[in-house]
Design a binder for this molecule. Sequence first.
Ligand code: 2P0
Length: 374
Amino acid sequence: MQAEVVADRLVYIFRFIYCGLYLSVWKERIGGVVPVAATMRGAEHVTLQAVRARAHPNVALVKYWGKRDLHLNLPAVGSISLTLGGLYTEVTIQPSKANRDEYRSNGRLVEGAPLSGLGRFLDLFRALSGRQERLSIEAKSNFPVAAGLASSASTYAALTVALAALYGIRLSKEQLSALARQGSGSACRSIWGGFVEWRRGERPDGSDSFASRLVSPPDWPITVIVAITDFQPKHTVSRDGMRQSETSPFYPAWVASQVDDLDEARRAIGAGDLERLGSVAERNCLKMHAVAFTARPPLVYWRPATLAAVETVWKLRAAGVPAYFTIDAGPQVKVLCRTQDRATVQGALAATPGVRKVILCHPGGDAQLVEGFH
Ligand code: 2P0
């Protein structure tokens, strides 16, 4: 029995090295990722070992809203985000004991469309690895899920890192990002920590549409304070919200003006200029929501407390505290400020009518495996 386990491990290690060699020489690409199925032949009997990975959500400062390809999750516009430390999702994967994929999110069994979407994502890795086992996935987030706090970003980023490890597929971070994108667009940014840019890309196969890091976390003493106004899941998932927003007469203007906003945000981040970054983030957020408001039918993610929190931020600024808001596809307000002002901003948001909870986040790091987990 002992010898079998050792032999199993050795085959696993050799397969890992073998895959790495093939990855470096095989040039054919699937959506930016090198296929490795053939390299796995002969290793199908190796028992898959349970793995766990952790990733942070991110807040979009210049937003992804609209797709140029629904199937491959290719964005109509580029985007820039900041990864949020403190908040995270851990994903644990092991072979399923049932003859189907199983998915639990914070202890609750997930069925229907989210499970089908996950199944299609797992199929990408099954195709890459050449293995067919059904899997049991358990995701645990330490913040409300599906409520506009980017839980799909942290979930799919962690899932991507965990699946690559499960199958022993060595991929660059760019390749991981291109894969994560296919699970949920914003997940491609959560592969990285710090300030991150997801380039729109031009190629129809999506091979040039992935995220990369702009600046690492420690470079800037910046804090994001999240004001939660509603714990309920959002009424319209982002995918549907984007399609609905394309009916707005302002949608073409939104797409056309994104290049300037990206340029402005990149320069602001490069210069460590909070005022410049915050200003473009607010403008970009209001543009995105203006497109949603004017869709047919209209799409309103805001609640009265959302606007109240926005007014709090403007009052703070009028009082000399540099604080800037952004709002994703939900009613929560995320406020960017200097770390030295965090207590003042946190206090003002907590005192805002309708704000249910305030969470303080520092910039977060890369998605990674949870070491020592078996
Ligand atoms: C973003 N948001 O850049 C944008 C800005 C909110 C506003 O919710 O369909 O879950 O899975 O690719 O990544 C992005 O939604 O959408 C999103 P899919 P995703 O983060």
